[in-house]
Ligand binder design. Structure first.
Ligand code: SF4
Length: 59
């Protein structure tokens, strides 16, 4: 499993960046980017996104 960002839905508001307890999300060119090395798949960022741009997906 991995956390995936839907680029069509992400508007770069940065709410997931603040929500992630391990600092696994950064903004690049106005889009959230997940560092999969740091992400521990806790799912905290999923409800933090009002645009529903974040989901847990099969790899
Ligand atoms: S699932 Fe958890 S650790 Fe991974 S990016 Fe989201 S908030 Fe951070």
């Amino acid at each position: 499993m991995k956390i995936a960002i839907d680029k069509k839905l992400c508007n770069g508001n940065g709410l997931c960046v603040k929500a992630c307890p391990v600092g696994a999300i950064t903004l690049k060119n106005g889009q959230a980017v997940i560092d999969h090395e740091k992400c521990d798949l806790d799912g905290i960022c999923i409800p933090a996104c009002p645009n529903e741009a974040i989901a847990l997906e099969d790899e």
